[in-house]
Design a protein around this ligand. Structure first.
Ligand code: SAM
Ligand code: SF4
Length: 259
């Protein structure tokens, strides 16, 4: 399936092209940004948790707001760090939050979906990925067939991380690609060969992941309609289960305000 986000373009008819043609918020976070506002306080959240019933379905989203390099197009909530100390400090707070939320739920609700996004969850060390997975499984009641999806930066991946993600039960992998053209990649500070991407697709599939998504972007420097089509053609040779094609969203100052 190809999921597309378009900026206001109208497609007529009733087929999939029409169904997916509506302009939607960029969904790299959930709930999407427009749903967050100052009226949602800690008390509101505690109230929602308290109302959760035994059989209610839950989805969990874990955001890792760090990357070891910054791509110049990126509008995600992240911070670059080459040191692991800030990541370790963040993890301490995250484990505390997992215990707190799990403690309020007391086993009520059943987790059907867990998504790790960022930033780059693959910045975590392999042992921390495993610790995080087991902390979540201890604190929450997971459905046997829960979907566990992870955003992977192919540049981060090594054997230990592949194995750690398999150990926590990853069922879906979403790889950031953006564009395969080296000139475009250089302009956006995101150098990543086709072979690197392919190795990660092969690596997750070898560990039983059935659903692979590739993120692509249009609206970047040096791109043309033909070059974007070339990237899509190359992406299709990897037989992804899904391609997300984002229109570049220019977020002023997003990179300059974050160290
Ligand atoms: C958190 S990143 C993906 C995981 C990992 N950090 C990586 O880059 O491979 C989420 C995705 O959001 C998209 N994205 C980031 N900044 C964007 C922007 N300014 N406009 C549109 N899409 C953007 C990119 O396609 C990117 O792969
Ligand atoms: S695209 Fe991914 S790796 Fe690049 S800065 Fe954004 S979150 Fe980090």
């Amino acid at each position: 399936m190809v999921a597309m986000q378009r900026a206001g373009e109208q497609v007529s008819g009733t087929g999939p092209a029409a169904r997916y043609a509506a302009a939607v918020p960029r969904y790299t976070s959930y709930p999407t940004a427009p749903h967050f506002h100052t009226g949602v306080t800690g008390e509101t959240f505690r109230g929602w948790l308290a109302e959760t019933g035994q059989g209610d379905d839950l989805s969990l989203y874990v955001h890792i707001p760090f990357c070891d390099r910054l791509c110049w197009f990126c509008a995600c909530h992240t911070k670059m760090t080459r040191r692991y100390e800030p990541v370790a400090a963040f993890l301490d707070a995250l484990f505390c939050e997992i215990r707190t939320v799990g403690g309020i739920l007391k086993g009520r609700g059943r987790v059907r979906a867990l998504h790790f996004g960022g930033g780059s969850p693959t910045m975590l060390r392999a042992d921390d990925i495993v610790r995080l997975g087991s902390a979540l499984k201890t604190a929450f009641n997971f459905a046997d067939n829960a979907e566990i999806s992870v955003e992977l930066d192919p540049n981060d991946m090594d054997e230990a991380r592949f194995d750690a993600l398999a150990e926590i039960g990853m069922t879906r992998a979403s790889l950031g690609v953006q564009d395969f053209d080296p000139q475009v990649q250089k302009a956006i500070n995101r150098e990543q060969t086709f072979e690197q991407t392919k190795a990660v697709v092969d690596g997750v599939r070898a560990r039983g992941v059935r659903s692979v998504n590739l993120d692509l972007l249009y609206g970047l420097p040096h791109q043309t309609c033909e070059s974007v089509a070339d990237t899509i053609r190359q992406a299709l040779t990897l037989s992804p289960d899904r391609i997300a094609i984002f229109g570049y969203a220019h977020v002023r100052g997003s990179r300059s305000t974050r160290p």
